[in-house]
Design a protein around this ligand. Structure first.
Ligand code: NAI
Length: 336
């Protein structure tokens, strides 16, 4: 099947081409994001392959459907950027990669926690400049600290597993309790209790209408003074302005982000020669206790290989009329 691949980077191309030897699809790579303006690039492609910051809103989907596209293969787990209701009305099938390496994201999450706590990023720079002073690098033992995990699906439960190894006390909140998480000793509590009791709050739930700005002024007010907040899930789980105020008042003692609510204008691009216009993002970068990575939690060889293989298998399944376990429906959006 001819597949128009949007938001392509060299690494996407390398892994998709390698996996395609088993599938034989005609892959056409485009660097731009998919929007209603760039949809024209897919004009003769029955399938489109999209990533996290492609805009699959009603206008884009309508443009694709008008051109004959029937299948959208997301090379991501999250699908918050897709108007599933519009897709269903237009007869577009949406497939995704539900799990490619939950380990990659869980391990990156713990990397952010360790780096922020022990200030490894600051120590790296100091030592390279011959500054061996320890002032300002004081951390705390993770052992015995309470970590609140919001969302205990595939990634959340792995974070629980790793942190149990550190000797942390685990609290959890989810709309569905996961017995695997309970078996690790995590205690499910209501969200306010999790916020009140946790030294570290880490977010692993999807972005839905229920979780949009889950971390707002009210949630922050319930948290411990000096709490560590980690978000490797989706940017809009956090109200960035509220978090900025909480950093200024020192309510938040540490902030680790791999995602940002307006990341689509920034992440995955080299903007080092540009003047970044997003003042909210730039303000975050001024805090010494904020660590931001540019949506790289998924970025391991294992994950890219799995993403490429599952994406192309999904396309093959749909093309051949085989049952495909990775179809996303509007009902799932409500359930998620
Ligand atoms: P999953 O579907 O296995 O787990 C999500 C969990 O969140 C489920 O247990 C679900 O019941 C729970 N949940 C749903 N609504 C909730 C709510 N309102 N409150 C609390 N919990 C709720 O998903 P997985 O694989 O663990 O991924 C989690 C998120 O991580 C994804 O939605 C995605 O946004 C993000 N992600 C980020 C990546 C990155 O590179 N930074 C890469 C992959 C995923």
């Amino acid at each position: 099947m001819k597949v128009a691949v949007f938001s392509t980077k060299a690494y996407d191309r390398r892994f998709l081409e390698a996996a395609n030897t088993d599938h034989g699809h005609e892959l056409v790579f485009f660097e731009p994001h998919l929007t209603s303006d760039t949809a024209i690039l897919a004009s003769d492609s029955p399938a489109v392959c999209a990533f996290v910051n492609d805009q699959l809103d009603e206008n884009t989907l309508q443009a694709l459907a008008n051109q004959g596209t029937r299948l959208i293969a997301l090379r991501s787990a999250g699908y918050n950027n897709v108007d599933l209701t519009a897709a269903s009305k237009l007869g577009l099938t949406i497939v995704r990669v539900p799990a490619y390496s939950p380990y990659a994201v869980a391990e990156h999450t713990v990397g952010l926690i360790l780096t922020l706590n022990r200030k490894i990023h600051r120590a790296y720079n100091r030592v390279r400049e011959g500054n061996f002073s320890l002032d300002g690098l004081l951390g705390f033992d993770l052992h015995g600290r309470t970590v609140g995990i919001v969302g205990t699906g595939k990634i959340g439960v792995l974070v629980a597993q790793i942190l149990k190894g550190f000797g942390c006390q685990l609290l959890a909140y989810d709309v569905h309790q996961n017995p695997e998480c309970e078996a690790l000793g995590a205690k499910y509590v209501k969200l306010p209790e999790l916020f009140q009791a946790s030294d570290i709050v880490t977010l692993h739930c999807p972005l839905t209408k229920d979780t949009y700005h889950l971390i707002d002024d009210q949630a922050l007010a319930q948290m411990k003074q000096g709490v560590m907040l980690i978000n490797t899930s989706r940017g809009a789980l956090i109200d960035t302005n509220a978090v900025t105020e909480a950093l200024k008042s020192r309510k938040i003692g540490y902030l680790g982000l791999d995602v940002y609510e307006k990341e689509s204008d920034l992440f995955f691009e080299d903007l080092s020669e540009d003047v970044i216009q997003d003042d909210v993002f730039q303000r975050l970068l001024t805090f010494p206790n904020v660590l931001i990575t540019g949506h790289q939690a998924f970025f391991t060889e294992n994950a890219l290989k799995n993403i490429a293989e599952t994406t192309l298998s999904n396309i093959t399944d749909i093309e051949q009329g085989n049952p495909c376990p990775n179809i996303v429906t509007p009902e799932q959006k409500i359930a998620a």
